[in-house]
Design a protein. Structure first.
Lengths: 352, 352
DNA sequence: TTGAAAGCGATACCAC
DNA sequence: GTGGTATCGCTTTCAA
């Protein structure tokens, strides 16, 4: 393989820093102008077949690849989007992340990933997102009004994923958590459950809040009082501790536990069975939310509401790309109903 | 907030494409040279306190942020690394991905994520990785010798994660899968198991191959013959099907099942219990590999070998960054022993 | 269709 | 310490 300009051998072994071939190198080798090379590599450009062949041959020889960084500088388009994700503790996110990445990739867009430790330390990450001139952002972490404005000022469209700020004029894709919880509560009450308890997610999680409020509202509507509440962190262990705490509060097991997500519901079931010797759903019903993989394990078969991840990620990707193409598009919110799964972890009325 | 150069209003609402402030805008506003602005934003550069203040004030006013793309072009350093990951079916990878990202982030490096559908369609993705001029690559997907050479020619260091190609001269971080399997087999045999079976992962997975061979070798050494084998895909359901297939092959349940990963081990346990009415570990012992979250659920409490993800990702990150700093460093392989977990899914000799 | 030349937004080397 | 200038590798008018 011919080397660009370097004298000496190609690099006897590994990793000797090497000057990469540029369009000039290719042009010289092919005996054409540099602009010609550029045109050949641009999809809909004008170039004769002969030219095209000579350039491609030369490019092949020196292993030329257009420099996406340089291209981004001149075109003002990096073809990268930022994906901001906070605590991946919730087993739902990895799945979302991969789906998003694959969908963007298949459309020629690269994903720059930002994983926040907590939902709080957003500031530093956002600075980076802005410095890298991404064309758009999908965020599964909350943004303040001020932060949102920074993106708006920079002309960078943002799509919120399962996070809808107060501002009405934002783009958002979300699952209807409240509706899902209301359904779960309705089914449980109809099947005769009366002593309820809730294990919430982290206090700073908007999703957890929406779920908890949805469940609470419905319970109140149906005249259920004295709901025991425990706070968790979306993790398995906090589900176990949550159940223990609830039993302590009530002095006896509840009829039903509403966990803010599947992981905690699973922990809850394990605690009820292993430590308290209870039968699930015989003695106590447990419901979750998300529809993650383990929810369908035979040991749990969770009654839960599953987020339609494929449709939601597709929606987020297309909404964002549309807005990158046309910045005049008005804000849009897309809300998806969860998929109701009548598993075996709750005693529900059979019919209906 | 003052606008760069635009006449007219800032953008009446959302997303009107906006020219971003450049160092020239800041320089003009601060009444200094553009180079001065550049210096102020460069960590160890020389600038008087007065200068620094004027520049920072002006930058603040126009919301200036250095353009990382432009910087990358001139410095030949994008401060981005590519992370290539293949099938995320294996629940182990999401965790790895997040850990890698956070560790890179905390060192000021951004992660460009490439998620391959299958381990096969590497070519297209690699092209992109090269076009984006990443400073280095961590790959959890296999690369051919030719592909590896492309990176070497480009002077881009590569670290393999749990994937060690035949070539001796590569950087790699991996868990010692064979050793882990040998331990598992040893324990099982010592506890009296004789009729063994294995559920492997996908045929194109080097990790699965190493695990299967490790187990097979040890079994042979210990004089165990007639091992039933089923092929899975690392997923829960294939673990269930694998167990069913094994029982069919043997005409009766085996003493022990060695699953190539935890997810399949869990599926296997569920199948044994729910469909075949067997007691685990009473009737059949099941072991896995990885140490993923669900392995520790009370319903399973897997006997398994856990990959030290924190240490492995840290090793991968530091190995890569070292080689980005100094391209002369010789190739290095770091092999980590798995953490042996004597869970409750296998009947093991108590002592020892 | 093709080539020459002007940027994109920064860094870095150079005098002063 | 500070400012002028070449440069990174590409896209994009604009003439020829």
């Amino acid at each position: 393989m011919a080397q660009p300009e370097n004298s000496g051998r190609p690099s006897a072994g590994s990793g000797r820093a090497q000057r990469r071939a540029t369009s000039y190198d290719v042009a010289r080798l092919a005996g054409v102008s540099q602009s010609a090379v550029s045109r050949v590599f641009k999809p809909g450009a004008s170039a004769s077949a002969a030219m095209r062949r000579r350039v491609m041959d030369a490019a092949e020889q020196v292993g030329y690849r257009p420099n996406a960084i340089a291209r981004g500088l001149i075109t003002q388009r990096s073809n990268m989007v930022g994906v901001i994700i906070s605590k991946l503790v919730n087993l739902n996110y990895p799945e979302v992340l991969v789906e998003l990445t694959q969908r963007f990739s298949s459309r020629g867009i690269r994903v720059l990933l930002f994983a926040l430790e907590t939902e709080g330390d957003t500031a530093a990450a956002l600075d980076q997102v802005l410095q890298y001139r991404v064309d758009g952002v999908v965020t599964a972490a909350m943004l303040s009004g001020e932060q949102l404005k920074m993106f708006d000022d920079a002309g960078i469209p943002v799509v919120f994923y399962n996070r809808a700020p107060g501002e009405p004029s934002v783009n958002a894709v979300r699952c209807d958590h409240a509706e899902g919880e209301r359904w779960l509560v309705g089914e449980l009450v109809q099947a005769g459950h009366r002593r309820f308890s809730i294990i919430t997610g982290p206090e700073d999680s908007p999703v957890s809040t929406e779920r908890a409020l949805g469940a609470m509202d419905k319970l109140r509507e149906l005249g259920i009082e004295n709901v025991a509440v425990a706070t968790g962190d979306y993790g398995y262990h906090s589900g176990r501790e949550g159940f223990a705490s609830i039993v302590r509060q009530l002095g006896e097991p509840p009829d039903a536990v509403i966990a803010a997500n599947d992981m905690m519901a699973i922990g809850c079931i394990d605690e009820a069975r292993a430590v308290h010797g209870l039968n699930v759903p015989g003695d106590v019903s447990v419901v979750g939310f998300d529809g993650v993989g383990p929810a369908a394990y035979a040991a749990y078969l969770l009654t839960t509401v599953s987020q339609p991840v494929a449709r939601m990620t597709e929606a987020a990707v297309s909404m964002l790309l549309e807005r990158i193409e046309d910045s005049e598009l008005p804000p849009e919110k897309r809300v998806f109903s969860g998929i109701r799964i009548r598993g075996g972890s709750a005693r529900l009325t059979v019919d209906r």
